[in-house]
Design a protein around this ligand. Sequence first.
Ligand SMILES: [Zn+2]
Ligand SMILES: [Zn+2]
Length: 368
Amino acid sequence: MQGTAAVLREPNQPYSIEPIRFDPPRAGEILVRIHAVGICHTDMVFASGAMGSPFPLILGHEGAGVVEKVGDGVTKVRPGQKVLLTFNSCGQCSQCHSGDPAYCHDFVGLNFACVRPDGSSCAHDDSGPVAARFFGQSSFASHAIAQERNVIALPDDADLNILAPLGCGVQTGVGAVLRSLNAQAGSSLVILGGGAVGLSAVLGGKIADCASIIMIEPQQARRQLALELGADHAIDPATGDAADQVRAILPHGANNIVDTSGNVGAIFASLNMLAPHGALGLVGVPGSLDAVLPLPIVPAITYGYTIKGIIEGDSDPENFLPQLIALHAAGKLPIEKFSTIYPFDQINEAIADSHSGKCVKAILELSA
Ligand SMILES: [Zn+2]
Ligand SMILES: [Zn+2]
């Protein structure tokens, strides 16, 4: 199957759109024609080479498209059906069996190894294999090969350009609030960072009926967006100690905090914002993989804090993505308010705009 992909030849270089040959789907695999794909921060982390990924490499893990062909044994979807792609999981381990596939025992291998489980690549150019299957997809491409576990069928009238980021960034932000932290109606919620995941967390806070939602974000435009999406307060950390500003609003502190910034200084400062029995959810990946959070142990004991690492919002995509699709249809997930659509061949501009803050969620649209 001849197609194209945005190939990263080396870490931190521009992507180049190149002809790529995709394998036909093997047993259990699904070949998807990609129509739209969101750009997520994790793409940039892997593009930096910091995760030790193989190169040349095809990234992209918020794909949405139409099933083109299915391998033997696939019954979940059929050719012509619109689908959303998400992270992959094995379906066999105790985590998967308990409805917790974001912590699948084989999560790293299935999502980050960028090869099939047998070590082969499903994408090739004239000089050999190209690493793909990032997050079980690699959707910065005309085609992606996924599996039943990481494909969700969409209604025929679904708008792929809008729904693409549900498969990672949106389910991470909304899921962090609703699933990982299980925020209760009437509780207070502080969110560090107003990117796509942080703004999705604001929407999660609204869905959970939190009484007080506070966004902490240095960029004015993003603070404004947070307020438009339902945050009650938006704090500029440059105008004074962020914990003091939160405690001026919530004297007893916040029940839940979601960090989407990955900024160790901001995360450390947020420990002073927690209410008794408060929980801090760590979502944002720091710039250094060796980043360490110093934890003041005595306050953590005295006030019963919980510090929780969160991947993919503890999502079980099979159940949670249909809920998010229904919430979007009901007007409760207006993610298009922070999305900007770019033609696929402007991927480098879209990434530059994501870095600079000119756009919040960039979505690449592939021509049919
Ligand atoms: Zn598993
Ligand atoms: Zn992501």
